[in-house]
Design a protein around this ligand. Structure first.
Ligand code: PLP
Length: 405
């Protein structure tokens, strides 16, 4: 038998389309909130695969769900339905405002479905030109052409022109600007309850309430993109539950599968009817393997113990980060909700978040950035106190080196 190929980081440059610039080590194994690279170096994981590995690595609940389903049925196509997807749909609708679910494979696809639903809703309404979508500066909704256009960072979309038309952006948390931009032609507003990629920036509750009122006034759909904030990340099952504002459509992905790719668009009974048979679709969405894992992960997280635990861990993180900052004074602000945390660099260090994540990795800690000025943490929702403390010690060592540099 042929020997398995030995792989090194340089193979990335040899064989991969260079849309990413990954770290110079390769991770090979994970357990809980710890991961190991090819050389056996161990890291504490404060990144969680960008808010994905909600149960950490190799959690038995997810592993068992995956292996059990793998023995039974992997894939059948959407000409047939399957048990895991129906269970998951029931769990999602019982736990939220929604009555109906459309499954996809990623956050971008869930948002694509939401935006298409909104466009069809507008086009079906009989109101001439009701196809305009309002979105926000610095928002992130994914990388398909529609979602990247809805995102509010032109650097991600401008090279791919011509872009879909009819999407307008105003400043986040600026209700007056949203009001001025909306009309009877608006079919939807898409908003993240906390901008994740845009810098871990929470929406004001009054802003979200105002958007709800504006959508009601103009008969437009309010879409909450909870791809990053959903499934317990904020200490509530979904972030909309913190504001009391109920959207018409909600998108969820990332943590939903705990690391297995899955996305979903949740909506009401009435709006679900807009997407009639054949009007939208997917090969893999609602696949039994993804659904079985998501069902187990979602069921595990949707308990008072896990959700309250996120709030306790938040407090431990904030206390530890503030202590570090009291000594080194690198952050202007430490913000975020639950275990979606952002440390905003002081003006003096502007643009250097990436350097901190590189130093942190050298110290044995995986972290993220959210734009050039924010260091972001999105660890497992069940990360242990010991792992938090150990990770923060490593972070302190990285910060000490950063200020000396
Ligand atoms: N929406 C939000 C708020 C996100 O944070 C992301 C990913 O970072 C996406 C959508 C896109 O999700 P995916 O990368 O799974 O397509």
């Amino acid at each position: 038998m042929k020997q398995p190929m030995t792989v090194t980081r340089s193979n990335f440059n040899d064989y991969m389309v260079p849309v990413f610039a990954p770290a110079d080590f390769i991770l090979v194994r994970g357990e809980g909130a710890r991961v190991w690279d090819q050389q056996g170096k161990e890291y504490v994981d404060f990144a969680g695969g960008i808010a994905v590995n909600a149960l950490g690595h190799a959690h038995p609940v997810a592993v068992n769900a995956l292996t059990e389903q793998a023995q039974k049925l992997w894939h059948i196509g959407n000409g047939y339905t399957n048990e895991p997807v129906l269970r998951l749909a029931q769990q999602l609708t019982e736990a939220t405002f929604a009555d109906k679910v459309f499954f996809a494979n990623s956050g971008a696809e869930a948002n694509e479905a939401a935006l298409k639903l909104a466009r069809k809703y507008g086009n079906d309404s009989g109101v001439e030109g009701k196809n305009r979508i309002l979105a926000f500066n610095n928002a992130f909704h994914g990388r398909t052409l529609f979602t990247v256009t809805a995102g509010g960072q032109p650097k991600y979309s401008q090279d791919f022109a011509p872009l879909p038309e009819g999407i307008e952006h105003v400043a986040y948390n600026d209700l007056a600007a949203a009001e001025a931009a909306m009309s009877e032609q608006t079919c939807a507003v898409i908003v993240e309850p906390i901008q994740g990629e845009g810098g871990v920036l929470p929406a004001d509750v009054e802003f979200l309430k105002g958007l709800r009122e504006l959508c009601d006034r103009h008969n437009a759909l309010l879409i909450f993109d909870e791809v990053q904030t959903g499934v317990g990340r904020t200490g509530s099952l979904y972030a909309y539950m913190n504001s009391g504002v109920i959207p018409d459509v909600l998108t969820t992905a990332k943590a939903l599968g705990g690391g297995f790719p899955v996305g979903a668009m949740l909506t009401t009974e009435k709006l679900a009817q807009v997407l009639t048979v054949g009007s939208h679709g997917t090969t893999y969405g609602g696949n039994p393997l993804a659904s079985a894992v998501a069902s187990a992960v979602f069921g595990f997280i949707n308990t008072p113990e896990v959700l309250d635990g996120v709030k306790q861990r938040h407090a431990r993180f904030i206390a530890g980060l503030e202590k570090i900052n009291a000594q080194y004074a690198v952050f202007e602000q430490i913000r975020g909700v639950g275990l979606l945390l952002g440390c905003v660099l002081k003006e003096k260090y502007a643009g250097q978040a990436k350097q901190i994540t590189t130093l942190a990795a050298e110290e044995g800690l995986l972290t993220l950035i959210a734009g050039a000025n924010v260091v972001r943490f999105t660890p497992a929702l069940i990360i242990s106190e010991q792992d938090i403390d150990e990770g923060l010690q490593r972070f302190e060592r990285a910060i000490a080196r950063f200020v000396q540099a």
